[in-house]
Design a binder for this molecule. Sequence first.
Ligand SMILES: C[S@@+](CC[C@H](N)C(=O)[O-])C[C@H]1O[C@@H](n2cnc3c(N)ncnc32)[C@H](O)[C@@H]1O
Length: 266
Amino acid sequence: MRHGQTAHRHGRPIERVANLPTVRGYDSTSYGDGFADVYDEWYSDVTDVDATVSRMLTLTGAGGTVLELGVGTGRLAGPMAAAGLRVTGIDSSAAMLERIAAQPGGDSVVAIHGDMVRDLPDGPFDSCLVAYNTLFNLLDQAEQRECFRVVAARLPPGGCFVVEAIVPDPTAPAGGDVSVRSIAADRVVLSVSDHRPHDQRTTGQFVELTEAGGVRLRPWAIRWAPPEELDAMATDAGFTLEERFADMAGNPYDEAADHHVSVYRI
Ligand SMILES: C[S@@+](CC[C@H](N)C(=O)[O-])C[C@H]1O[C@@H](n2cnc3c(N)ncnc32)[C@H](O)[C@@H]1O
């Protein structure tokens, strides 16, 4: 579907946001629809699941309610639910959501098909999690700011919003890059990306070429922001930065950190 066209979710029309895509034809369903079949195989340990469960248990309290934005296949939501948290997850991709039930704990995750800015359930929730750069799937600053605002409206006083993301490298050069993700006798997967520092966007494709002649494209796009920019968005939405770690395990954050886990309190 091209941007600007109308999609149907929850049985009602939803207008695509006209100025977002940096890749023609890319919208909020593209990532999930492209990656659903390989997501758990490629990304099962891309972040620390056990540490995430433990962090969210500590912040939320046993038996508390968690809203996960861009819940995907339930890689984190399932284990959080298995640990006793009551988890609701929202995702724009039906193909990703279909996989949640197969995760340990996935049966008790409430899965909502919708947009993480426009379609959030009312809540309230004790905490909200947006993990593994998923906030950056919102492709402009206004959308990211709005995300902080709508999350703040779903938390009670004292509730927290946990954001896990990369710390962008300000020295990364603009331009394209091609590397190899995997090679087998009958297939190769290439990673093709285009980094545009001036508008804080990186777009890419995993291109799978097979001996049988097939080509499979898996597109992705992010609008990245440094922690200080996220802090400003959070402050404007009424949050206070309570803690910042280098990872979910709580290792100290410093200037060398390439990831952060930020805990914002309302
Ligand atoms: C990188 S995956 C992360 C999945 C999961 N949170 C994890 O850590 O494994 C990002 C997810 O966000 C979803 N997504 C992207 N844009 C979205 C939007 N605007 N609203 C809701 N979900 C979105 C994608 O479909 C995908 O499942």
